[in-house]
Design a protein around this ligand. Structure first.
Ligand code: ADP
Length: 399
């Protein structure tokens, strides 16, 4: 057994998976929620054991990890220290372009990036610190959401702002969901039976957060999220791209201060703002029942994606495959059909029956002879974090 523990620490949550990298099987997974609140909760699932649920105050991430380790003691699966711990870290800035073994200097650099991800990096740091304290002799590896996009060319990442100011405040496009885009790009190449190095892909991660990436030769050359995960496609509760003048307008005419605008754009916009729900299943149900706002919201959502695919086909110069992933990409045949509908100009020919089929497997949904292969690839960010963690601990070249 080569147990790799994957930790994804949020501000009040700790998600984890224990993966045996001998056979890539999940030995256990779970979630601690409401850390720091009056009543916390742990749900732990280990293979071969009953699901375990605990409630009670969990004051901080250290207590959360202790609860998780106590759960492992009861269900088995992790009797000694894991081979390595892989940590999801949201923002690696322009400093980290691959998975990195954490030492004091690396931790200090991740801390230095907190202004770029004030909600996420502090939680990720807390996760790293508690895992280091419980397993001081186990390699801890940081896997960054931004890393896959770190080699984008300047014309893709630079915003047209005064250079000195942008450089001083580290304002540029970084992109996110990189672990997912990297994983599905590789899986798509394997499915097509072609080397990733030869392929041009557009990968669409459509979940609560949505982003697109243009992938050439296994590297991201452009992506839709920017300095923060607010940019690009329309999302569950985030607006995606807007005319930047709207921010000043909301302030002057709407009387909203900056914090209120930040909350509005991140939490109250997107599908929630347009259709009253951030759950696309609910939006479909409302549209089917005759709700015109919900129907229009779906049009806006799909149109933005379709235009982005077109733009990225132009950026790539050639498009071999279009890849759908995450909750919506994997499950929502209607969204996939609408996105593809306008892309005949690129040689995208979906197959209606293949698209409609429900499956948890990687599959082709384009017609035979479609110039662009259209694929659905279930993402697995935890496995990708574990793979990258193992590779870097074993001294393999980081991806
Ligand atoms: P996250 O980004 O939080 O990981 P997910 O990848 O789970 O989110 O995606 C959540 C989104 O996927 C929600 O909008 C949800 O409505 C949508 N979704 C999940 N299952 C389905 C389904 N069967 N049909 C349509 N949409 C779905």
């Amino acid at each position: 057994m080569i147990p790799v523990l994957v930790l994804n620490a949020g501000s009040s949550s700790l998600k984890y998976q224990l993966i045996d990298m001998d056979d890539r099987l999940v030995a256990a997974s779970g979630l601690v929620e409401r850390i720091g609140e009056a009543e916390g909760r742990l749900v732990h699932r280990a293979s071969g054991a009953d699901e375990l649920t605990e409630e009670g105050k969990i004051p901080d991430h250290g207590a959360a990890l202790d609860r998780v380790l106590a759960a492992f003691e009861r269900t088995g699966g992790l009797t000694e220290a894991p081979f390595a711990v892989g940590h999801r870290v949201v923002h690696g800035g322009d400093r980290f372009s691959g998975p990195t073994v954490v030492d004091d200097d690396v931790l200090a650099e991740i801390r230095d990036l907190v202004p770029l991800a004030p909600l996420h990096n502090p939680a990720n740091i807390a996760g790293i610190e508690v895992a280091r304290s419980r397993y001081p002799d186990t390699p801890q590896v940081a896997v960054f959401d931004t890393a896959f996009h770190a080699a984008m060319p300047p014309h893709a990442w630079r915003y047209a702002l005064p250079r000195d100011l942008a450089d001083r405040l580290r304002i540029r496009r970084y992109g996110f969901h990189g672990t997912s885009h990297a994983y599905v790009a590789r899986a798509a190449a394997a499915h097509l039976g072609r080397p990733l190095e030869e392929l041009t892909l557009v990968t669409l991660h459509l979940g609560n957060g949505c982003s697109a990436a243009a992938v050439a030769g296994g590297r991201s050359i452009d992506t839709s999220m920017g300095l923060t995960p607010l940019g690009g496609l329309v999302m569950g509760t985030r607006s995606g791209d807007l005319d930047p003048g709207i921010v000043a307008h909301l302030h002057r005419e709407g009387g909203l201060d900056l914090d209120a605008i930040d909350t509005l754009l991140n939490k109250e916009s997107g599908m929630r703002g347009l259709a009253g729900s951030n759950d696309l299943r609910e939006v479909h149900a409302r549209a089917d029942a005759g709700d015109a706002d919900a129907a229009e919201a779906l049009d806006v959502f799909c149109y933005r994606i379709r235009c982005t695919v077109g733009a990225y086909a132009a950026a790539l110069g050639r498009l071999d495959a279009l890849v759908f992933t995450a909750g919506i990409g994997e499950n929502d045949a209607d969204v996939r059909a609408r996105v593809c509908a306008g892309l005949g100009v690129l040689g995208v020919e979906p197959d209606e029956a293949r698209n409609a089929e429900r499956s948890r497997e990687t599959r082709t949904i384009s017609a035979d002879g479609s110039a662009v292969a259209v694929l659905v690839v279930p993402t697995d960010e935890e496995l990708e974090i574990a793979e990258q963690t193992l590779a870097v601990v074993r001294g393999a070249a980081p991806m």
